[in-house]
Design a protein around this ligand. Structure first.
Ligand SMILES: Nc1nc2c(c(=O)[nH]1)N[C@H]1C(S)=C(S)[C@@H](COP(=O)(O)OP(=O)(O)OC[C@H]3O[C@@H](n4cnc5c(=O)[nH]c(N)nc54)[C@H](O)[C@@H]3O)O[C@H]1N2
Ligand SMILES: Nc1nc2c(c(=O)[nH]1)N[C@H]1C(S)=C(S)[C@@H](COP(=O)(O)OP(=O)(O)OC[C@H]3O[C@@H](n4cnc5c(=O)[nH]c(N)nc54)[C@H](O)[C@@H]3O)O[C@H]1N2
Ligand code: SF4
Ligand SMILES: [Mo]
Length: 692
């Protein structure tokens, strides 16, 4: 008989830090969560979201039954009825309009195994490469930029190395709020004597502890990064040995020519970035002289039409300083969702199969077709639609059926007035644990089991694959995502997506994905690896990889610098829309709020949307703290309360985008980076009016 009370070790479902925790279960109810002392990263700590993780799981408004929309209203249905309907519609759409008319959004909230099955379903059953997920709104530019520079698009070093870095440059990462456990380690490194340089338009918590805080205008990162390198070359502080031995010489010279040109002198970039030249010089020299230095970044760097260039510039900087392939150094993009790294690794991207094997490579297609038992001619040989493109294609009538698992684009995508128009058109299936604004638009809603109700694995920001374990039975009639996908596939005549347990899926992943070759089900909670293994891990005698590009031996051979010229954001303030809006997060809430706003402890902390407004701007507008204001852009308007604060500089405003009743994404712009297709979520122009 099952014990009445137990605790189950698992991995946190929120951020990419990968903390492990125990879920405490009594009589089938999750009553609490506590940290795991022996976990190498979290070491007995959790942030507030981890401590309160149990609060959303068994909320009474969990989706418990499949729902089918009839005459504009949802009606409960049996699994058979819902799955038959979905399979029939998908089949009809494919027969009538071809595979291009179908698309899938996979999920960084789901497990590695579930993401693998979703992309297999898209490719083997629907025969489309239009399968993508929120990494596209997040670190798509990291994947593109770092792959071009180093040959691998992931965080290069491990989290705890920060404790031994001599200098840490943090830019576009509000680390203490968004990755609190990592933020704590940065502060510990600072206590131990590391220099801390923060480059962020807002005076975030870390900035208060920094040796230097540079406040650039949002969207001007290439300028200050080039200026850093300008100063480093001027002072002769580059690592000449590393450059000679490990970098592609032609690419290096080409890049050097650009960054040392006059327009990137600190004096010349000051006008556009608003960073005082003096301060920039000081910061650049400090970072260059204190070796080994680590560069940490997140959304402030990636979410721009110039995101890929921003990332490449970060890589350029760390390469010329010789901070690559060494302990305590590296280019360290902090991955956001707890399993966004895994969703990318397992091929939930429109251009790659699992392990970043390219869909346009005939040999890769041949390999997958053979393993999946399908005809290679049936496979899509072109890159599919990305997130924003797919939604726009639905609006244009090109995509006629859309399957969304564990994403909430009606709150998370840019320009949601337009997203709504687009999602109203196709046959829409949404698979979630709660009724979200996206699910409300669906024709069929499928109830998924949460992370506490299934087995599987997540891959953390430091590439460590670690397990989640079933603590309770699925709530209501909800089912694990992999089961649901398998059932739809079977009803469309394909049995290759049906598995009896995630272990079988991981076995298949091991065979087809070289970087995961040795990351087997049994190894990742063995006595040898109780908390998982970091890829690349090609075989079962390999112990995993702590940091990439060891000794400057880059995955691509020689490290490649890229010349990046500054390109201004797609939309900047003007007379009509005079403020620069940047959007982001707060410590207590998660994205679209579907989980954290159902957690009473977290909800109590921040209940509604607000706008950070500099006191000088508030004065000019005649707005006081907590007064309601109307914020509008060329695309929409929302009402929020004013939070008057010097966290933002004059002319810049910040809105957290968690709140569906006042969604910041009604204001944002869907302009895309040409390479990574990531939207510019960090800059657009707005006006602010007092509400009477
Ligand atoms: N509590 C909480 N934690 C989270 C999440 C959450 O929703 N809530 N989400 C997770 C996810 S998926 C992600 S991707 C990460 C995101 O983590 P972060 O990237 O740290 O979070 P953001 O608030 O989006 O923005 C980061 C910083 O970018 C700065 N910034 C704004 N514009 C610019 C610019 O033009 N250039 C630069 N360099 N900086 C700029 C902002 O002032 C802010 O400090 O957090 C993860 N962790
Ligand atoms: N303005 C603005 N917009 C942004 C950003 C920004 O900084 N500014 N950041 C962007 C970034 S970095 C990201 S990552 C995206 C995130 O965008 P989304 O991924 O759309 O946001 P989430 O709220 O994390 O959505 C995850 C959904 O999965 C559901 N879910 C949880 N667990 C499970 C499960 O086990 N199975 C299933 N099927 N569903 C589950 C949740 O209820 C939720 O509805 O937003 C982007 N949007
Ligand atoms: S830091 Fe991230 S992984 Fe750790 S408890 Fe908080 S949300 Fe969870
Ligand atoms: Mo993200």
């Amino acid at each position: 008989m099952e014990a009445k009370s137990k605790r189950v070790l698992t991995t946190c479902v929120y951020c990419g830090t990968g903390c492990n925790l125990y879920l405490h279960v009594e009589d089938g109810k999750i009553v609490g969560a506590t940290p795991c002392d022996s976990h190498p990263v979290s070491q007995g700590k959790l942030c507030i979201k981890g401590w309160k993780i149990h609060e959303f799981i068994q909320r009474p408004d969990r989706l418990t039954k499949p729902l089918i929309k009839k005459d504009g209203k949802f009606v409960e249905a049996s699994w058979d009825e819902a799955l038959d309907l979905v399979a029939t519609k998908f089949k009809e759409t494919k027969e009538k309009y071809g595979p291009k008319a179908l698309g899938c959004l996979s999920s960084a909230k789901c497990t590695n195994e579930e993401n693998y099955v979703m992309q297999k379903f898209a490719r083997a059953v629907l025969n489309t490469n239009s399968v993508d997920h929120c990494a596209r709104l997040c670190h798509a530019s990291t994947v593109a930029g770092l792959a071009a520079s180093f040959g691998s698009g992931a965080m290069t070093n491990s989290i705890d190395e920060l404790l031994d870095s001599k200098a840490i440059l943090v830019t576009g990462s509000n680390t203490t709020e968004q990755h609190p456990i990592i933020g704590g380690k940065i502060l510990r490194a600072k206590e131990k004597g590391a220099k801390l340089i923060v480059v962020d338009p807002r005076e975030i918590q870390l900035a208060k502890f920094a040796d230097v805080h540079l406040r650039q205008l949002s969207g001007t990162d290439v300028l200050w990064l080039n200026s850093f390198m300008y100063v480093i070359f001027e002072e002769g502080l580059e690592d000449k040995e590393f450059i000679k031995n490990h970098l592609d010489p032609e690419a290096f010279e080409e890049m050097k020519k650009v960054v040392t040109s006059d327009k990137y002198s600190p004096e010349n970039t000051e006008k556009l970035t608003s960073i005082p030249a003096e301060d920039l010089r000081k910061a650049a020299i400090m970072f260059a002289k204190n070796k080994t230095g680590s560069l940490v970044y997140s959304m402030g760097i990636t979410q721009h039409i110039q995101g890929t260039d921003n990332v490449k510039s970060c890589a350029n900087l760390q390469m010329i300083l010789g901070n690559m392939g060494v302990y305590g150094g590296g280019v360290n993009p902090l991955r956001g969702q707890q399993n966004v790294q895994g969703a990318c690794d397992l091929g939930a991207l429109s251009n790659v199969f699992s392990g970043y094997q390219k869909v346009v490579d005939p040999a890769a297609r041949e390999k997958m077709a053979k393993a999946w038992g399908i005809n290679v001619e049936d496979m899509d040989n072109k890159v599919g639609y990305t997130v924003v493109e797919m939604i726009h294609a639905a609006g244009d009538g090109k995509v006629k059926a859309l399957y969304i698992m564990g994403e909430n684009p009606m709150v998370s995508d840019p320009d949601i007035n337009h997203v709504k128009e687009c999602l109203e058109k196709p046959f829409l299936v949404v698979q979630d644990i709660f009724m979200t604004p996206t699910a409300e638009l669906a024709d069929v809603v499928l109830p998924a089991a949460s992370f506490a109700e299934k087995d599987g694995a997540y891959t953390s920001t430091q590439r460590t694959v670690s397990k989640i374990r079933k603590a309770i039975e699925p709530v209501g009639d909800s089912k694990p995502d992999y089961w649901i996908i398998g059932q739809i596939a079977e009803r469309m005549g394909y049995k290759g997506c049906t598995y009896s347990h995630p272990k079988e899926i991981l076995d298949e992943i091991n065979k087809l994905t070289p970087i995961y070759g040795g990351i087997t089900w049994d190894r990742i909670d063995s006595d040898e690896f109780p908390f998982g293994i970091a890829w690349p891990c090609p075989n079962t005698s390999h112990g995993g990889t702590m940091f990439l590009h060891k000794d400057g031996n880059f995955s691509r051979g020689k490290g490649k610098c890229h010349p990046c010229e500054y390109v201004p954001p797609a939309e900047e303030p003007d007379e009509e829309y005079p403020f620069r809006l940047t959007t982001g997060r707060v410590a207590f809430h998660w994205h679209t709020g579907s989980m954290t706003r159902r957690s009473p402890t977290l909800d109590r902390e921040v209940r509604s949307a607000y706008i950070e407004l500099n006191p000088a701007d508030a004065n000019k507008l005649g707005v006081r703290k907590n007064q309601m204001v109307k914020v509008s852009s060329r695309r929409g308007e929302i009402f929020v309360r004013a939070e008057v604060s010097d966290i933002v500089p004059p002319g810049t405003v910040f809105i957290p985008w968690h709140f569906k009743e006042a969604p910041a994404n009604k204001l944002t712009i869907a302009a895309l980076d040409p390479v990574a297709k990531i939207p510019d979520l960090k800059v657009c122009a707005v006006k602010i009016e007092k509400v009477k």
